[in-house]
Design a protein around this ligand. Structure first.
Ligand code: ARG
Length: 466
């Protein structure tokens, strides 16, 4: 690698080792920042023009050259297969030189690649976050759609994966809707905090040129300018925040995936995945595997891994920029791609999900999901809840020994355990009654769930992502 080919050759006497050149270069992945870096470069060009550091003619030539470069890349993406470019910033500068000649060499006054990369990454990420927010919104809409088409379905609710109490299937759907609502809030919060312009930081100490930082920031759609040049070029906390918000999305998707995988098993059979998002086995002809959901569950590991990388890369770095920070990009890009694709596939899965109402109903009617109802019944009739719990527990034992459900015990048998039990108990033990009783705000009663659904529909309408 000839030292004259890179941006910093003057001080060097001998050539860069080829293996180290490959090791050092980031163009293979940071080419994704090309558009963002060109935008940052145009804003910087305007800034140095206003400061009188380049003529209007030179500025125009730089702007046209950068524009042409973008057009060339669109027309022929193969030019990105440049084996000599160290990173996206040096690539842009060398191509600009090829296109417009010597004026290209003036563009770098008052800036460093450190501010370029911090600027471009922030531009890229706020757009990436916008895309992820869109996908979150679509998945929320899919969950609402699924809840609406299955409004009446009653599902066993579990704790410890043991049958607990009946819940409306729509209530289960809306639980994930709520997780995603917070996920979106977190993303928007990250976006707000990262939308700050580092331009003008010039490596670390701030530029010595009279640059109008605020106008460059405004031109690039930043909300404000950074207050400290050292901090602006050296902290990647916004990458960690994004990876953290993305990790939580993936944890939520992974939990959704786990439920769906379980509910699609023959043993449960509550849900059936559409063929479009399932695969078969090369040896067992009967198989229909929920690979889509398993992959989402698995990919959560890689997003959480990205978060760990980003934290570890930054821990213990001396102030300010260090080349370690080049390692942030692959984690950020992979996190973005993974979370976007997983949200998208999850929505397709939800859209094609069939709910097997009969299986759900028979699962609800077995396994003593109405035991809490019996305890509540006794407690409402004046028995202390602890005693009601004890009596009901003994009745469950009796029912197990007889191989029946609680409503399979005769009134006479029930009365032997408590005189408070009357004929009306059988009505209370029905799953519908258990559901209706849970009419507290946030509970699973049909009325509550209906109003939760209405709120969700209104939210989706009002909170359309921009
Ligand atoms: N490719 C580098 C990165 O991603 C760009 C900044 C390089 N700056 C430097 N002084 N070497 O971090």
């Amino acid at each position: 690698m000839g030292k004259e080919n890179n941006l910093w050759g003057g001080r060097f006497e001998s050539e860069t080792d080829r293996e180290f050149f490959e090791f050092n270069r980031s163009f293979g992945f940071d080419a994704r920042l090309l558009v963002a870096d060109v935008r940052g470069s145009i804003a910087h060009c305007n800034c140095i023009e206003k400061a009188g550091m380049i003529t209007g003619e030179e500025a125009e030539s730089i702007r046209l050259g950068l524009d042409q470069l973008l057009k060339r890349v669109v027309a022929d993406p193969d030019i990105l297969a440049d084996e000599e470019a160290e990173d996206v910033h040096s690539f842009i500068e060398s191509k600009l030189f090829e296109i417009i000649g010597a004026s290209a060499l003036k563009l770098h006054a008052g800036r460093s690649r450190n501010d370029q990369v911090a600027t471009a990454l922030r531009i890229f990420m706020r757009e990436a976050i916008g895309e992820v927010v869109l996908k979150v919104h679509s998945l929320q809409a899919s969950l609402v759609g699924l809840a609406e088409t299955n409004k009446e379905v009653i599902l066993p609710g579990y704790t410890h994966l043991q049958k607990a109490q009946p819940v409306l299937f729509a209530h289960w759907c809306l639980a994930f809707f709520e997780m995603l609502r917070r996920d979106r809030d977190r993303l928007e919060d990250v976006r707000k905090r990262l939308n700050v312009s580092p331009l003008g930081s010039a490596a670390l100490a701030g530029t010595s040129y009279p640059l109008d930082r605020a106008s460059a920031a405004e031109e690039l759609g930043f909300d404000s300018i950074s207050r400290n040049s050292i901090d602006a070029v050296s902290d990647r906390d916004f990458c960690v925040e994004f990876a953290s918000a993305a990790s939580l999305i993936m944890v939520h998707l992974s939990r959704l995936a786990e439920d769906i995988v379980i509910y699609c098993s023959t043993e449960f059979g509550y849900l059936t995945l559409s063929d479009a998002v399932s695969t078969g086995s090369s040896i067992m002809p009967q198989k229909k595997n929920p690979d889509s959901m398993e992959l989402i569950r698995g990919k959560s590991g890689r997003v959480v891994g990205g978060l760990m990388s980003l934290l570890t890369i930054q821990k213990g770095l001396p102030t300010a920029y260090n080349k370690d920070l080049q390692e942030d990009k692959e984690a950020v890009f992979d996190t973005f791609d993974t979370v976007r694709d997983c949200l998208s596939v999850a929505a397709t899965v939800i859209d094609g999900l069939a709910v097997n109402e009969d299986k759900c109903r028979s699962a609800v009617s077995q396994g003593y999901l109405n035991a809490t109802e019996l305890a509540d019944y006794l407690s409402r009739k004046g028995m202390a809840f602890r005693s009601a719990h004890e009596v009901t527990g003994r009745l469950v034992l009796l029912a197990i020994s007889k191989g029946v459900e609680l409503d399979g015990l005769s009134l006479k048998a029930l009365k032997e355990y408590s005189d408070l039990i009357e004929e009306d108990v059988f009505e209370k033990l029905k799953p519908e009654a258990a559901i209706e009783a849970r009419s507290v705000y946030g509970g699973t009663s049909a009325t509550r769930v209906r109003s939760q659904l209405e709120e969700a529909v209104a939210y989706l309408e009002v909170e359309q992502p921009d």
